[in-house]
Design a binder for this molecule. Structure first.
Ligand code: ADP
Length: 414
């Protein structure tokens, strides 16, 4: 089973995407509909709303008076938070019921118009965004019966496409005809969702083709935050850092994100095995150990667990290391040193490019890694000298909380 959120601004085409996913076999839960259910006459949510806002938010026959409630919360952010504190947990609980009742091989989709929070996005295996140009959205909403002014006001109150994109693993484009959107959904289904689900169910990682060095992609930073938040959510909020070359702005890298989960002990790493597999990060068998640095250091300080992800659309390596052990600290120091030291950055970049070109024909990539190794030997001493000179310490928190605003909220709302 995997869970997928579908999100996008009003008029972007979410309902169209959900409809196609349902036709393809997904179990679809619509958040707007769940939100209506939790405040239906007789539902406990409605009683709580009446208790919080008074009888004026009810109609004569005891149903929710939506315009009256909207008038209250529109003008008062504190009142809106009160309302959300009543409705959001109930909507989530309803979704949880639907998820729990779905078959073991289901792809469960939640259509969420107001996905604004990375912590919420992180509870899904995948977040699918739908986007369309604002002018087109306004035109479609007017076609659906809204006035143009109303359509624009609603769009202005929501996240912009730029704010939403970092929350999404994939963004579908709906500037074309409905059929073109449907075709993108079918491709996503067959090439990503179905194999992702099958991999999670089987507890196996996604197959990876040959990976080659590519120029740094600005999207890697948001990918790292999103995946760190997802792994953290599966592991009781533990710290997760985006490490390696994809975490160093400007550095060319293979398109494989390296992430590091901090655990208290190998026993706690092992306890998290099942939760990580269910979240889409199955463990790789065998005993894993980083090369000690400096070379003579106690190899026991460099043990780890290694997981790779089940999503065929985005390769991730997850290194599970014991917090404050030398291998945990080195991953952070190496990243931060290369971000701070332009000369070291250029050396490492040039080395990677040269070695990748030299061993381009080696399908195993082993010689690429081998050829970089001597440089790491003396890089370690230099990085440690840099740390001593600058007073470097690992940051207090990892990438799972470094979004803008509190707990990764990207701002805006509906
Ligand atoms: P959302 O659920 O994101 O608000 P909808 O899927 O309901 O958006 O789409 C908004 C309106 O635009 C609907 O009336 C829908 O039929 C129409 N629509 C969606 N996609 C297209 C498209 N590619 N071309 C034309 N109209 C579209």
């Amino acid at each position: 089973m995997i869970t997928v959120a579908v999100t996008g601004g009003i008029g972007s085409g979410k309902s169209t995407v959900s409809t196609v996913l349902r036709e393809l076999g997904a179990v679809v839960a619509d958040s707007d509909q769940l939100a209506r259910e939790v405040v239906a006459p007789g539902a406990p949510g409605l009683a709580e709303i009446a208790a919080a806002f008074g009888p004026s938010v009810l109609t004569g026959d005891g149903a929710l008076n939506r315009p009256a409630l909207a008038a209250v919360v529109f003008a008062d952010p504190a009142a809106r938070r009160t309302l959300e504190a009543i409705t959001h947990p109930r909507v989530r609980a309803r979704f949880e019921q639907i998820r729990a009742a779905a078959p073991a091989d289901a792809i469960v989709v939640n259509d969420i118009p107001l996905l604004v929070d990375l912590a919420v996005a992180a509870t899904f295996h995948l977040v699918v965004g739908v986007r369309a140009d604002e002018q087109r959205r306004v035109g479609r909403l007017v076609g659906r019966g809204l006035t143009e002014a109303d359509a624009r006001a609603r769009i202005a109150a929501q996240l912009t496409e730029e704010q939403r994109a970092p929350l999404c693993d994939v963004v579908l484009d709906n500037d074309g005809a409905p059929d073109e959107l449907a075709e993108q959904v079918r491709t996503l289904w067959t090439q990503r969702l179905v194999p992702f689900q099958a991999n999670v169910r089987a507890g196996r990682r996604a197959a990876r083709g040959p990976v080659t060095l590519v120029d740094h992609r600005p999207s890697w930073a948001a990918d790292g935050r999103r995946l760190a938040a997802r792994i953290s959510a599966a592991c009781g909020g533990r710290r997760v850092d985006h490490i390696g070359s994809t975490a160093i702005p400007g550095m060319p890298a293979k398109d494989v994100l390296d992430l590091q989960l901090a655990v208290e002990s190998l026993a706690s790493a092992d306890e998290l095995t099942d939760a990580l597999a269910a979240a889409g990060f199955p463990r790789s068998d065998g005993s894993w150990q980083d090369l000690p640095r400096p070379a003579g250091d106690d190899p026991d300080h460099w043990v780890k667990r290694f997981h790779a992800n089940a999503d065929p659309g985005r390769a991730v390596n997850l290194h599970v290391r014991i917090r404050d052990r030398p291998n945990w600290r080195w991953a952070l120091l190496f990243r931060d040193w290369l971000i701070a030291d332009a000369a070291a950055f250029a050396e490492y970049r040039d080395l990677k490019v040269a070695v990748a070109a030299r061993y381009a024909d080696d399908p195993t990539q082993l010689r690429y890694a081998e050829a970089k190794e001597p440089w790491f030997g003396f890089a370690h001493d230099r990085a440690e000298r840099w740390a001593a000179a600058t007073g470097w310490q690992p940051a207090a928190a990892g990438s799972e909380v470094t979004g803008t605003g509190d707990r990764g909220t990207v701002g805006g709302s509906a």
